[in-house]
Design a protein around this ligand. Structure first.
Ligand SMILES: Cc1cc2nc3c(=O)[nH]c(=O)nc-3n(C[C@H](O)[C@H](O)[C@H](O)COP(=O)(O)O)c2cc1C
Length: 456
C-alpha cells in the first residue's frame, strides 16, 4: 500500500440525446422533451448520490445533406427552464447547464445562474461552451459568429464580468437603523471596461449560496484547455480511455500552477457510457447488441458521408468502404463538431483498418465511433471506474446512459453499492451545495450588516 489517500469518485448524469449514443428504437425509450423524463433521470442520480445532473445544449438543429438530421434527437427544451424546474423536485443534486458564451451577455448569464443557485440552495453549475461553427451563429444577432481565438477571448471576459457581478454584492453594506426605519442596501456599482464589454451598473441579486456557481468547461483545443485551467472548476472531456485520460489529466493539471491554482481545484470528468450484465459474457453480448442499435445502417452511411463530404447512399452498409475519394465539402453535416481535419488521411486509415480486420462499413463505423465504455458485471465496472480514478486518468465521470430516461437505474442499483464497498464513493451527501460535493472551496464572501444610525 502507498500512503496516497483514496480519491473519492465524482459522478454526474448526462441527460441522453444529442447524438447516436441514445437508442431511440428501444421500446423502453421515452420522450426527450417531457418533464417526466428529466425528473426520472435526476431522481435516479440523486438516489445514487451523484454530484450533478448535466444538460448539453444545441442551438441549431443539425442538418445533413441539406435536411434536418433526424437520426438522433431533434429538439430540446430550454436549459434554465428545465434546471429550475428540477430544483423543485430534487434536494441535494447539482444542476449543470451547458450555455454558450459566444451568443449570450454576461449580465444575463450572471442573473440566470445566480437565480438557479438561489432557487436550488447552491446547486448551480455552468458548462461554458463557445460553439464550433458559423452555422449555429446564424440564429443570432448579426450572425453572432466569432473566429476560434476570439471566441475564447470573449469566453474569458464573459466569465470575468460574470464573476465581477456575482462578487459585486460581497462588499455591500446593509445599513439598518430601526429607530429611523432605515433599511438600506449599498451595492457598489460594477464597472467593467474590456475589449469585449463596457458595462456599468448594479447587479440585481444578492450573493447566491455558492457565491460563484460551479464552472465547467468543454472544449479541447489548446485555447480551450488554457481557458479551463485558468477559470474552470471542472472540465468535461472526451478523453476517456486510460492512457488518453492520463495524458489529458497531466496536461491540464500541469497548466494550473501558472494561475496560482492547485491540482485539487480543477476536476477532470470524461464522458463515459456503460453496459452491465449478469456475467462478463452477458455484458459483452448486450454491448454488441447496443452498438448495432446505435449504429444502424443509415447512421453508418451518414457517418461515412461526414468524412467523405459526399453522398454515399448507394453503398451497402454491410459491404466494403467506398473506392471514391473524399471531397473537401465540410458542410455536408452542419451543427456538429467535425472531427476529420484531414478527410483523405482518415479515409486511408479507415480503409487500412477495414481491410486488415475484414470489416464492413457498418462494422468499421461501430469501431471508430466507439466511446469510452465500461462493460461488465456491476462489480467489474466499479473496479474499472475506480482504477481509472485512482490511476489519475480522471476524477470521476459524466455518465451517458443509452436509454432515456431509465438508463441509469441499473447503474445506481448495481455499481454504486460496489463503489461504496470499495471506499471510493460517498454513502451519503455530507454537504448541501455542489461545491461541497465536488470538494471545491466557496469563494470568499464578506457581506456586512451595520446595526445603528447611518453615518451621514
Ligand atoms: C466533451 C465535450 C462536450 C461538448 N458539449 C457541447 C454542447 O453540449 N454544446 C455545445 O454547443 N458545444 C459543446 N461542445 C463544444 C465545445 O464547447 C467547443 O465549442 C468546441 O469543442 C470548440 O472548441 P475547441 O476548439 O476548444 O474544442 C463540447 C465539447 C466537448 C469536448
Amino acid at each position: 500500500m502507498t500512503g496516497k489517500p483514496r480519491k473519492q469518485i465524482h459522478l454526474a448524469a448526462h441527460f441522453p440525446g444529442v447524438n447516436n449514443t441514445t437508442v431511440w428504437a428501444d421500446p423502453a425509450s421515452a420522450s426527450q422533451v417531457e418533464f417526466e423524463s428529466f425528473v426520472h433521470l435526476a431522481k435516479t442520480a440523486e438516489r445514487g448520490l451523484f454530484d450533478f445532473f448535466f444538460l448539453a445544449e444545441g442551438l441549431r438543429l443539425r442538418e445533413h445533406r441539406g435536411r434536418i438530421h433526424d437520426l438522433d434527437v431533434v429538439g430540446r427544451p430550454d436549459t434554465f427552464t428545465v434546471l429550475n424546474a428540477l430544483a423543485g423536485v430534487t434536494d441535494k443534486l447539482g444542476l449543470a447547464g451547458t450555455i454558450n458564451s459566444t451568443y449570450n451577455e454576461p449580465f444575463e448569464l450572471a442573473k440566470q445562474f445566480a437565480s438557479l443557485d438561489h432557487l436550488s440552495g447552491g446547486r448551480a453549475a455552468w458548462n461554458v461552451v463557445t460553439s464550433s461553427d458559423a452555422f449555429t451563429g446564424e440564429n443570432f444577432r448579426r450572425g453572432g459568429y466569432l473566429e476560434h481565438g476570439q471566441r475564447y477571448q470573449r469566453a474569458a471576459e464573459v466569465v470575468e464580468v460574470t464573476r465581477e457581478l456575482w462578487d459585486s454584492w460581497a462588499a455591500d453594506t446593509l445599513v439598518i437603523d430601526r429607530a429611523a426605519g432605515v433599511f438600506a442596501r449599498e451595492v457598489p456599482e460594477t464597472r467593467h471596461r474590456g475589449a469585449q464589454f463596457d458595462i456599468a451598473g448594479r447587479f440585481v441579486l444578492p450573493p447566491s449560496p455558492q457565491g460563484h456557481p460551479v464552472l465547467l468547461q468543454a472544449g479541447d483545443s489548446d485555447d480551450g484547455r488554457e481557458f479551463g485551467a485558468s477559470a474552470a472548476d471542472a472540465i468535461f472531456t472526451g478523453h476517456g480511455t486510460l492512457e488518453a485520460g492520463q495524458r489529458f489529466y497531466a496536461d491540464v493539471k500541469g497548466r494550473l500552477a501558472k494561475y496560482g491554482r492547485t491540482p485539487d481545484e480543477l476536476k477532470i470528468l470524461p464522458a463515459a457510457t456503460f453496459v452491465l450484465g449478469d456475467s462478463a459474457q452477458d455484458a459483452e453480448e448486450r454491448a454488441r447488441h447496443i452498438r448495432l442499435q446505435q449504429v444502424g445502417p443509415q447512421t453508418a452511411i451518414a457517418f461515412l458521408e461526414q468524412v467523405w463530404g459526399r453522398e454515399l447512399s448507394g453503398y451497402d452498409p454491410d459491404g466494403p468502404l467506398p473506392d471514391v475519394e473524399p471531397t473537401d465539402n465540410v458542410d455536408i453535416t452542419r451543427g456538429r463538431v467535425r472531427h476529420a481535419k484531414d478527410p483523405r488521411a482518415v479515409a486511408a486509415d479507415w480503409r487500412a483498418r477495414a481491410e486488415a480486420e475484414n470489416l464492413s462499413i457498418r462494422e468499421l463505423i461501430i469501431e471508430v465511433t466507439a466511446r469510452q465504455q465500461f462493460v461488465g458485471t456491476p462489480a467489474a465496472v466499479a473496479e474499472q471506474i475506480d482504477t481509472y480514478v485512482q490511476g489519475d486518468a480522471s476524477d470521476g465521470f459524466i455518465l451517458v446512459p443509452h436509454l432515456t430516461p431509465g438508463g441509469l437505474d441499473e447503474f445506481v442499483d448495481g455499481v454504486v453499492p460496489e463503489l461504496q464497498e470499495r471506499g471510493s464513493f460517498r454513502t451519503e451527501y455530507t454537504g448541501t451545495t455542489l461545491r461541497e460535493h465536488l470538494g471545491l472551496r466557496h469563494p470568499h464572501r464578506h457581506s456586512t450588516v451595520h446595526e445603528g444610525a447611518r453615518a451621514s
